[in-house]
Design a protein around this ligand. Sequence first.
Ligand code: MSP
Length: 601
Amino acid sequence: MFTAHARSLSLKNSEKLLRRVTCKLPHVCPALTAKRLCEGPVSRRTEPGYYVTTPIFYVNAAPHLGHVHSAVLADCLHRHWALQGLHCKFATGTDEHGLKIQQAAAAAGKEPLSFCTEVSDRFKEVFRSCSVSYTDYVRTTEDRHRRAVEHFWNVLLNNGFLYKGSYEGWYSTPDESFLMPTQVTDSTDSLGREIKVSTESGHKVEWMKEDNYLFRLSDFRTKLQHWLKSNPKAIQPEKFYHLVLHWLENDLLDLSVSRQRSRLQWGIPVPGDPDQTIYVWLDALVNYLTVAGYPQAHSHWWSVVRHVVGKDILKFHAIYWPAFLLAAGLPLPQAIYVHSHWTVEGKKMSKSLGNVVDPHEISQRFTVDGLRYFLLRQGVPDTDCDYNDDKLMKLCNSELADSLGGLLNRCTAPSLNPEQTYPQFCNASFPEESEEPPGRAVSEDYEMVKAVSELPALVKKNFENLHVYKALEAISRCVRLTNGFIQRHAPWKLNCRETEDSLWHETILHVSMECLRVYGILLQPAVPELADKILSRLGVRPGERSWDHALDFLSKYRGRDCLYERRALGPDTGVLFNRLERNTPQAKPQKTGKKQKSVLQ
Ligand code: MSP
């Protein structure tokens, strides 16, 4: 369907277009939390660790649960790496150009830019309410971004990968995507008229015929295959890696990368050709470079970039984007992390179905940590997940309120811990497993200690392939083991007037608190507020909450000193996580897509 009549542009002409640009340093989000996240140990701060990105969000729709899922996942990865003392950057933002934004602004009777600003601010607000602590927020309508896109375009042109030709084919405006005939199917609209739709998204497509610029995507199939084969971890989880390799079994067709300005005014004009507007996806993808500082010093961050994306935009990130980067002579992303979608009653969330879940409302009703925990613990990246309130309440009640909250309460309640301290560990009560005399610990206790010692490594491994849910599952399993440990030895039945019982009583609490301390540290990336509550109650200071501190588990058992022993507990700030009730007035079904008051109505 692509017919390209190459019209060569002389190198001289295109060189003239290449402008020297000055780019401001990316601004830094002033949020204290975000700042704190970037504070790794001084010795390591000069080396970049990770630069994680979310997709930038379209401003034609209000933020919903699916958007927040991408953002919370990226935020959790960022916090995880920062916890390890790595110098990290975390960018998100909004995708503001394109026909559908132009149309949405017109429908709202607004100037495009003020319309975009309004919706972009709503994304910021939702991210704030969900503890998404980005360090940079980029909007494609910013000057620094326009300069980056213009420069990038000119590099592609100078490198010979753009040519002017005529494009003829199907285009889906809601997806801002060109489609092959095999990706299009027959359907009918609401009035019963025959239309063509995208097989994947179901959105209406239109036949488009116009002169524009084409990118030589067809040159890149073998190079992309080579990249993936030599980087088997480039796309995670593995299922999506194989999917992209499968796509690459077919030839790639050259890609139209501009639209006639007469059809699309809301976008960045092609440098030197004001009759053309740069294709919104090329414009949008460059945001990742903009934040890295491109075209000025950017290699520092660009060498460690990792993208988090939903499965619907995998083709753009795993085929188009690497091809653009190769054409521009830039390194490819270290990893692309892909997640699946949230559905409601098995259906894709959409405004027209009125089943859009509002993350702001959910975080208010079920707390920020309740929402984050549910998204991360239940959101399996390989398959779609269905959202419903009951599932969220059940999960949070069982794992956060009962299990984790119960454990904290048992260790710190004045009835069991009247002195309100981090109690002493007694080696005679809990000696090394093989030691004689045997002490009072039993084989299950040693298994628990082994499981908790191995937990940080297991969590780290699961984060590496985006199986955050498995990391949280592993933590939850250990919490159950620790509750079992307390239950088994029932410290409330011990007679603390007897020295041996008293030492064993303290040891049970010490071991349980050590476990909790590790869980608190490891849970910080997923549920920061809840983790802070655990650690503060245990008396663990802010400088004692790093990954390395989690590795230093039960040091007394291993014959080393313990930092926390005998220390006073922190203040009691109440229940760790209040049980969520089904019939409270706030817990009614939420279908907010039609109700939101905004320019988007
Ligand atoms: N603007 C493009 C991305 C450009 S990146 C250079 C875009 N925007 S989007 O707003 O439509 O989607 C942003 C993210 O939200 C994507 O990762 C997408 O997968 C995610 N989600 C949108 N709906 C979703 C669900 N129902 N469930 C989970 N995530 C989903 O695409």
